[in-house]
Structure formats: structure tokens, C-alpha cells
Design a binder for this molecule. Structure first.
Ligand SMILES: Cc1cc2nc3c(=O)[nH]c(=O)nc-3n(C[C@H](O)[C@H](O)[C@H](O)COP(=O)(O)O)c2cc1C
Length: 194
């Protein structure tokens, strides 16, 4: 098994373990981005899929993160599964998922969330507190009796890893850090001091 496949398979094993525990939202992960001015920001999102092509999440492409990811492509994820005392950090470049992939995931969302995606101008300032509710009602009316199409600004990103680090808790803070990293086109494996 090559090192990259090994890293992805390790992630799969841990993620499956986390999903089997009685833990809220094991798919919740911190997503860091950097905008065109180099300004970093971080927020929680939900991981919706992963495979050797990368880590997939969905959002409003006009949101703060959407604009930042489009501008720089640079992104990082940080998973913390506290009951396992495990952290996984993924760094890399985020690109668009396919239209077909976004449509397929959109179709699995409940109608309420689909209308919500139209109603929310994610990250923009609201004119007043009730603006979201008003917009929700407008779109509910607009799509009454019809399927809700995917908004053009709502889609997914796939973060293609350039580095994946596994952190495991050990007694005496002698924690284990293992980093798989793409260097000059080849995946490498290193142990890091904790
Ligand atoms: C548990 C949790 C899961 C979330 N999942 C998503 C998600 O999958 N996609 C998304 O766009 N926002 C999600 N959010 C909201 C984001 O954290 C954030 O508030 C929003 O995307 C706007 O971020 P931005 O202004 O930096 O673009 C989630 C928040 C929480 C607390």
C-alpha cells in the first residue's frame, strides 16, 4: 500500500470508529480558509464524503468561506474526536465538486434545508432580524408544489490533501504525531515531536 492510500485508509478506520461511538456529529470539522488578502478564518462544517480524491463539504459559494476558497484555494480541516482522543489535520487545496455530485447530494437534503439554502445569503449582513424568515416564506411560496432546484451558488468543495496528520493522546503528554505529506510529488511519512 502506498503512503497516501495508507493515510486515507487510516482516516477511514478512525472515522468509522468515531461514527460508531455515541458521539454528536462525528462529521463536524473545523475548516480554515485564507482570503485573497491572506486573512485566515475558521468555522465548523460537516464532512459529506471522502475518498482518495479528497474531502467533500457543501456550502454557499458566495459565503465568506466560499469566496476565500475560490480566491486562494488554500484550506485546512481539523477533526477532533474527543472520546477517541484523536485529532486529524488535513491541509491542501480546495476545488469544486462536479455539478452532478452537487445535484446528487442536494437531492438527499430535506425540503426545509433546500428552501433554507435559497433563503440564506450566507455571511451577508441581514437588514433586520426577521429578514431570513421573510425570505424563507417567499421561497416557500415560489416553490410551492414543485421540487426545489439547487441554487446556482450552492455547491461543494473537495479538499485535495497535501498533508494529513494523525495525533493520538499518550500518557505524560508524550503524544504521537504522524504526518503524511506530499513533498516534491511523493508522499512521505514523518513522526513529529508533540
Ligand atoms: C455543527 C455545525 C455544522 C455546520 N455545517 C455547515 C456546513 O456543512 N456547511 C456550511 O456552509 N455551514 C455549516 N455550518 C455553519 C458554519 O459554521 C458557518 O457559520 C457558515 O458556513 C458561515 O461561514 P462563513 O461566513 O465563514 O462562510 C455549520 C455549523 C455548525 C455549528
Amino acid at each position: 500500500m502506498d503512503l497516501y492510500t495508507e493515510a486515507i485508509e487510516r482516516f477511514r478506520k478512525l472515522y468509522t470508529e468515531a461514527q460508531q461511538l455515541d458521539m454528536p456529529e462525528p462529521s463536524a470539522v473545523s475548516l480554515a480558509s485564507v482570503d485573497a488578502d491572506g486573512r485566515p478564518s475558521v468555522r465548523t462544517i460537516l464532512l459529506k464524503g471522502f475518498d482518495p480524491r479528497g474531502f467533500v463539504f457543501y456550502t454557499n459559494k458566495q459565503s465568506r468561506k466560499g469566496r476565500a476558497l475560490k480566491a486562494s484555494g488554500k484550506a485546512a480541516l481539523c477533526f477532533l474526536w474527543q472520546p477517541l482522543m484523536q485529532q486529524v489535520q488535513v491541509e491542501g487545496t480546495a476545488g469544486d465538486v462536479s455539478e452532478a455530485g452537487a445535484d446528487a447530494y442536494w437531492a438527499t437534503r430535506i425540503r426545509l434545508s433546500q428552501i433554507g439554502a435559497w433563503a440564506s445569503e450566507q455571511s451577508a449582513v441581514m437588514p433586520d432580524k426577521d429578514a431570513l424568515q421573510r425570505r424563507f416564506q417567499e421561497f416557500e411560496k415560489q416553490f410551492a408544489g414543485k421540487p426545489v432546484p439547487r441554487p446556482p451558488h450552492w455547491s461543494g468543495f473537495r479538499l485535495k490533501p497535501e498533508s494529513i496528520e494523525f495525533w493520538s493522546s499518550r500518557p505524560g503528554r508524550l503524544h504521537e504525531r504522524e504526518r503524511y505529506m506530499l513533498k516534491d510529488g511523493a508522499w512521505t511519512h514523518d513522526w513529529l515531536y508533540p
